[in-house]
Ligand binder design. Sequence first.
Ligand SMILES: Nc1ncnc2c1ncn2[C@@H]1O[C@H](COP(=O)(O)OP(=O)(O)OP(=O)(O)O)[C@@H](O)[C@H]1O
Ligand SMILES: [Mg+2]
Length: 408
Amino acid sequence: MDADFYPPQSVARVKHVSADQTTAFLELRNGNIATCTTSEGFHFERGDIVFIDVDNNDISIAPDELWDEESWVGVVRLLPPGQVVIDIGGRLKVLDEPNVIDLREGNTVKGYESRGITEVISEDPVRYIDLPAVDSVTVEQFKASPDGALSFDDFGGYPEIIERAKELIEIPLERHEALTKIGARPIKGVLFTGPPGTGKTMLAKIIAHRADAEFYEISGPEVLSKWYGQSEELIRKIFEDAAAQERAIVFFDEMDSLASKRRDDSHEASRRIVGQLLSAMGGFTADTNVVVIATTNRPQDLDPALRRPGRFDWEINFPMPNMEDRRAILEVSARRLNKGEDLPHEEIAEKTSNWSPAELVAIWSEAALLAVMESRDAIFSDDYICGFERVAQHRKRTSVSGSGIGEE
Ligand SMILES: Nc1ncnc2c1ncn2[C@@H]1O[C@H](COP(=O)(O)OP(=O)(O)OP(=O)(O)O)[C@@H](O)[C@H]1O
Ligand SMILES: [Mg+2]
């Protein structure tokens, strides 16, 4: 190799040149400013990178690459005459005499401290929040594995509701071909409505776990908080994946949070999500074997478009449990508990008119506490009755009493 070496030279950036070109202020790499003067006039201008050859008392232009400067990316917010206002990570910056002429508000641009804007990266504004990508890996996260922890044996009371739910969900999935042959409009969406704690979520999961179908579980509030801005894309991808399965259930829990008809800020997002749902469900073909289940305790808030024929036109209402239901719920929910004796389910069921299943089940937590405090390892009738009284007290204080819907 044959190479010539020259003595080292300092690199600097020109910060300012006087109007008569005789004085220049140079920024050195360590941040210091050097002043130099010449009677002949400098041939560089602000922003140029220069070599300083101290030995020979000479300054010459150097390639820009020698001053590796970090670029910034920003969004053009305003274009007053001769200036640009740029939003860089939330901080506004004004640049005079922008180099790039064809700028529009909303453009995403790249620039350097010394040289100003050098390039338009995108016609549209970049988003600062790193939005998660909606890809097949994401869709996998919504596939709930049927853990089989819950079964119909855990669901007390409501025999007609269980029957109806099986009819509307299991039969269409299992007998898809036969139903298609008959040619009637297929069941696409089933809406579970009813007051809080009446077992809507629980039953939907039990059915899904039992059905031999791919199960996608989407919690409305979670999608809104984690996927805001991309909810539609997420929904589209999930439906695409579901449609490719032999059988699938797409389950939207607390649907009202996603698809409400409210007129506030969230309306725009809701409207787009509803639009996406409508088009996804409208796009089902004869081969698509997907049933969509949604739950809500505020059906009045749901966007009415979702109730159109071919969408969620089947509804199962979960009322507050009647006497029979309550006895069954108490019995069933005590199934796995250690019991010291036969428990008075009948008596408690009689005293709990207007209680929701969730409130009934809460009795067991109180009863277990009482038993443990008395050093017992099983629940006895006294624990049960005291537990009931404690939940009753709590209900009174927080006035969460049921709405009375369906009470006998
Ligand atoms: N029929 C039932 N048999 C036994 N336990 C039940 C029954 N229904 C509800 N539960 C109990 O109540 C809890 C709450 O029920 P779930 O979450 O399904 O109510 P929900 O109707 O979805 O309420 P929300 O409208 O507030 O979402 C369940 O986890 C379960 O412990
Ligand atoms: Mg629920």
